[in-house]
Structures are given as C-alpha cells and as structure tokens.
Write a new protein. Structure first.
Length: 143
C-alpha cells in the first residue's frame, strides 16, 4: 500500500470492508450505489448522484439535510481513475482527495486521504468522512 502524503492539513481515514474490491470500487463511482451510502451523517440523505468517472470527468452528489434547509451539492472533478485500486479527484474548492482500495486477506481496505477545509474542525471533517465509510460498510452488508 502506498504511503499517505505527509502534507500538512491532510486527514487519512482507513476502514476494512467485508466486500470484494471491485464492488467497493464501483460503489465509489456508480450513482446507483452512491445514493445509498454517500452521506456524512445518518440523518442526511443522498437524493441524487451524477458521475463521469474518467480523468477530467465530473461528479455531483446531492446532500439532503434532515429539514431540507441546508441541502447542498458535493461536486468535483476526477483526476485519475485506476480500476479497481485508486480514485483521485479534487473538490469544487480545489481540495484533493485520494481513495485507495486494496484487497487484504479476502477483505478490502479503503484509505481516504483528503485536504482539510477551513470551515469545520479537523474532528468534524474526520467524523463526516468516517461516517461515509460506516454507511458504505452498512450498504455493502445489506447487499
């Protein structure tokens, strides 16, 4: 597994999932999967996802708030898509994100490395991205 970047302001989250690597990879890119798990909190929902998973392609994922008053689009551009091992993209504000997907003893290790934003605390950001991986794990277990 490649070493995470040692850039200041980066957060790294790891999670082992009991699912095939190829399915985990697809769950990060295909709208029919993303709408079931890609959210930072259990009380939010994902009303839609649009993806063009290729270098230079874009994505737009809806984040629906519990009361509908704080909905927003999570969007960006793919920089690199290497099936089934790595997805690199940058968010609309320019921050980089790398998702590494590694088969490990019949399970799949997902590592998400992302640059922090300045509005929310590092702990809030870590919690949100970790929750996404928890939701991914739950979604995969329900399949």
């Amino acid at each position: 597994m490649p070493e995470p970047l040692k850039t200041p302001g980066m957060i790294v989250i790891n999670r082992v999932l009991d699912a095939p690597r190829e399915l985990v990879f697809d769950c990060w890119l295909k709208p029919e999967h993303l709408v079931h798990w890609f959210r930072g909190s259990s009380d939010w929902h994902t009303p839609y996802a649009e993806t063009d998973p290729r270098a230079g392609g874009t994505f737009r994922i809806g984040f629906g708030s519990p009361d509908g008053k704080n909905d927003f689009d999570f969007y960006g551009t793919y920089d690199e898509v290497v099936p089934p091992e790595r997805i690199v993209f940058h968010l609309g504000d320019g921050r980089p994100v790398t998702v590494s997907i590694v088969e490990q003893f019949g399970k799949t290790l997902v590592t998400v490395e992302f640059a922090m934003e300045e509005t929310n605390s590092a702990e809030q950001q870590r919690e949100g991205w970790n929750n996404m991986l928890v939701h991914l794990d739950q979604y995969l277990a329900s399949r």
